[in-house]
Design a protein around this ligand. Structure first.
Ligand code: HEM
Length: 152
């Protein structure tokens, strides 16, 4: 094989492989496995939020979201979707960056930024879903006042 040619896909490795955990392989497996689960989560999400409610997309407002976040089922649905999609998207971006960014420093920096942003968004999103309180800051002028008084 010359420097400007690629080996056939199934050519055995000429250098010994590491014996430890093969993260690249498990990343590949994760993309497929999370993709299958994401089909259910994303299309279920679109169906329940946009198609099934009477009035379609017009029915989507603060009260609708507050109602969903009151249910542990939808909290876990959304958190699972958040985690799987962010890790899937970040791992996909890592692959693209590694494929296209030739400068080593730029490549390492971009991959690191991708994972940092992913970690921050996952932590923030998870906190929002599990700590969401529609009555926080509601005062007598708010449309939610009576509902929050009744629930208190
Ligand atoms: C319906 C749900 C989804 C399915 C079935 C799916 C499936 C896949 C699969 C199988 C791959 C690997 C492709 C390869 O290695 O050649 C992939 C790559 C990727 N996915 Fe998804 N995905 C879904 C949702 C998403 C979402 C929501 C995002 C963004 C947050 C995303 C971002 C990416 C990126 C950036 C790549 C890398 C593309 C590349 O390597 O060229 N995907 N997806």
């Amino acid at each position: 094989m010359t420097a400007d040619s690629l080996a056939a896909p199934r050519t055995p490795h000429s250098v010994p492989r590491n014996k430890g955990l093969n993260l690249e392989k498990w990343g590949w497996v994760y993309m497929r496995a999370s993709g299958v689960v994401l089909i259910v989560l994303i299309f279920g999400h679109l169906l329940v939020n946009l198609v099934l409610p009477e009035g379609g997309v017009q029915a989507l407002n603060f009260a609708f979201v507050a109602g969903k976040f009151a249910s542990p089922f939808w909290q876990w649905w959304d958190v699972l979707m958040l985690w799987l999609a962010f890790l899937h998207g970040a791992n996909g971006m890592r692959t693209i960056i590694n494929d296209y960014v030739l400068n080593r420093t730029a490549r390492k920096t971009l991959v690191a930024v991708t994972w940092i942003v992913t970690a921050v968004m996952i932590v923030l999103g998870t906190l929002v879903v599990f700590t969401f309180d529609p009555c926080l800051g509601v005062n007598p002028e708010s449309t939610l006042w009576e509902m929050c008084q009744a629930a208190a």
